[in-house]
Design a binder for this molecule. Structure first.
Ligand code: GTP
Ligand code: MG
Length: 195
């Protein structure tokens, strides 16, 4: 699957701009700056495909990428970012929630969690929305290169404990580093086996 062509299709700012739901779709959600765009770049092996940046709030639209002939990869704006005008934040958040609860072909939402920080209240809010919408979600831990293995244990315990309360959570965690490439082949194969 990931040997196929990947291309940016479009950025969407309202539900009526969504492309036709005729492909299998996975999305990447998570707090601002958690590493969503970087992860898409690592998965596709194309560094500049999704725009990544150290400035939180970089991705402001719902960006659709086509993967081979069969899939969409969807890069979402981050949530939990307070440092933008309130009206703007509310607009993204509304769109994000409409997307996560109303997209028929969305097979799985990957919820990214920074390995340094674990699950925050804003993540739980999104997870609860996914529970209610019956969208299976799977947690992908990001930036694992920034935390020593011995220090990951406590965070991972916290994450598993919190996930156990969410019926839509897929129990397997994926540890990744977009920087070093850890976990990227595993995540590719998870996406490729979704039907
Ligand atoms: P928004 O679009 O603003 O919501 O952010 P995002 O979640 O798309 O994050 P983005 O991919 O832009 O990455 C944010 C910052 O984290 C960038 O400076 C990345 O280089 C860095 N980063 C992302 N993934 C990793 C990783 O695995 N390891 C390390 N060390 N840094 C990473
Ligand atoms: Mg981004």
């Amino acid at each position: 699957l990931f040997a196929g062509e990947t291309e940016f299709l479009k950025g969407v700012v309202a539900m009526d701009g969504m492309p036709p739901d005729d492909r299998l779709e996975v999305c990447f959600a998570g707090r601002s700056n958690v590493g969503k765009s970087s992860l898409i770049n690592a998965l596709t092996g194309r560094k500049g495909l999704a725009r990544a940046s150290n400035t939180p709030g970089r991705t402001q639209e719902i960006n659709f990428f086509t993967l081979a002939e069969s899939h969409y990869l969807v890069d979402l704006p981050g949530y939990g970012y307070a440092n933008a005008p309130l009206a703007v934040v509310e607009k993204w958040q509304r769109l994000l929630k409409q997307y996560l609860s109303g997209r028929a072909t969305l097979r799985r939402a990957f919820v990214l969690v920074d390995t340094r920080h674990g699950i925050k209240p804003v993540d739980e809010e999104i997870m609860t929305l996914l529970d209610k919408s019956a969208v299976t979600f799977q947690v992908v831990m990001t930036k694992a290169d920034k935390v020593k293995d011995s220090d990951q244990v406590k965070i991972l315990d916290q994450v598993r404990e919190k996930l156990s309360k969410h019926p839509a959570a897929y129990p397997e965690l994926v540890m990744t580093s977009a920087e070093k490439g850890d976990g990227i082949p595993l995540l590719r194969s998870i996406i490729a086996t979704l039907t």
